[in-house]
Design a protein around this ligand. Structure first.
Ligand code: PLP
Length: 421
């Protein structure tokens, strides 16, 4: 099936007389007839639902759908995008290990990597994703365990050269983890370019209606975990009577371990109700992404011709430094997010945001309603000026998340606010 059809049909096929819509299995637990059957589930000898932290029919349907959309062997929904990034890394790195990450990533992921992972003994080296290979090579160490980047960075909207990063990672025997939140599988499918693991904040376009907070990890099934660099996959897990993940689960070793070991122990699971909302969003994702892109392009063109606007960043705009990468990785469009700076700097940015009428100021992005945010004073507030610069953010940058209203209404609101800025 094509992506549009997978969005509607993957993950759930009702039998005769069953609900047409994925039902919400609002139950923490599942009934069994014998202790022997439950023991088999706990030993991972048989697959089945027994406790919602580890698996639930509604969540499972969404996981299967997202795995199909990204072209992976399996997926694991989490309670937030942050939880997805955390588990994706902890599933392959432990104290004493090291990660290489692009510096222009979402501020929350930056904090997770720079502060919290450091406390757990995992060090992260941040690199400029536009640097040449010779420069990037310097970041790798013998204890490096993965490379991380965002397809379309939040909020600077740089396009990751996924193929180049995958090649670099693989040269060192490492997987590439890509956060595909802004692009969604509708605009880019990173596995086709060599990425090994994908994470998403499903809070964003996948849901799209601002109804739930969630995340997902998707496994391509392509990475060889048995190279010797990842003993956790090839040595017995004492918490499962000596189970060896690569032997027992083959191509799905990574995603099964994330679920049965880390989700079991850390518990940051998605709820059945939350999964239901994500599924609702996924059903219309291709339609919405098309309109988000069309509206954002109109807004980017309008802003780049405005006298008060210093610069506009939307990768597909002619002359944008990311245009060639956008043409390669995001030929259908670059999402609904546009960032721009006003000539009047931080104060003008604040006046502009405060003068908007229909467009609302909110800590969110990738919503059906157009919204706006000032990253330097909100999502990226904890970053120093130097870190802000490395993340591609100027103090006056405004991040606009263009929604699905009529483009004339969006442009009218922008024009009136720019007059007052
Ligand atoms: N990744 C990206 C690109 C994001 O924009 C965000 C949140 O804005 C996250 C991850 C974290 O997701 P969540 O807010 O669902 O924890």
């Amino acid at each position: 099936m094509e992506l549009e059809s997978l969005c509607l049909h993957a993950g759930y096929t009702p039998e005769n007389g069953e609900p047409r819509v994925v039902p919400i299995a609002q139950s923490t637990t599942f009934k069994y007839a014998s202790t022997a059957e439950v023991a088999k589930l706990f030993d991972l000898d048989e697959a089945g639902f027994f406790y919602t932290r580890l698996g639930n029919p509604t969540v499972d349907a969404v996981e299967q759908k997202i795995a199909a959309l990204e072209g992976g062997v399996g997926a694991l929904c989490t309670s937030s995008g942050q939880a997805a990034s955390m588990l994706a890394v902890l599933n392959l790195a432990q104290s004493g290990d090291h990660i290489v990450s692009a510096s222009s990533i979402y501020g929350g992921t930056f904090n997770l990597f720079a502060v919290t992972l450091k406390k757990l003994g995992i060090e992260v080296t941040f690199v400029d994703q536009r640097a040449p290979d010779s420069e990037l090579e310097k970041a790798f160490r013998p204890n490096t365990r993965a490379v991380f980047g965002e397809t379309l960075t939040n909020p600077s909207l740089d396009v990751l050269d996924i193929e180049r990063f995958a090649h670099l990672a693989h040269k060192h025997g490492l997987p590439l983890i890509v956060d595909n939140t802004f692009a969604t599988p509708v605009l880019c499918r990173p596995f086709a370019f060599g990425a090994d693991i994908i994470v998403h904040s499903t809070t964003k376009y996948m849901d799209g209606h601002a109804l739930q907070v969630g995340g997902v990890i998707v496994d391509s099934g392509n990475f060889d975990w048995a190279s010797g660099k990842f003993p956790e996959f090839t040595e017995p897990d004492v918490s499962y009577h000596g189970l060896v993940y690569t032997r027992a689960f083959g191509k799905a070793a990574y995603i099964v371990k994330a679920r049965v070991q880390l989700m079991r122990d850390m518990g940051c699971c998605q709820s059945p109700q939350g999964a239901f909302y994500i599924n609702q969003g996924l059903e219309t994702l291709p339609l919405r992404m098309e309109r988000h892109c069309r509206n954002a392009e109109a807004v980017a063109r309008y802003l780049s011709g405005h006298a008060k606007v210093e610069s506009v960043n939307y990768p597909s705009l002619p002359g944008n430094p990311g245009k060639a990468l956008a043409d390669k990785y995001l030929p259908k469009g670059c999402s609904g997010v546009v960032s721009f700076s006003l000539k009047g700097g931080r104060e003008a940015g604040a006046r502009f945001i405060d003068s908007l009428n229909m467009i609302s100021l909110q800590v969110h992005v990738a919503d059906i309603r157009t919204c706006v945010l000032h990253p330097a004073s909100s999502t990226h507030r904890q970053l120093s000026d130097e870190q802000l610069h490395d993340a591609g953010i100027t103090p006056g940058m405004v991040r606009l998340s263009v929604g699905l209203e009529h483009s004339d209404d969006i442009l009218k609101d922008l024009e009136a606010a720019l007059e007052k800025a």
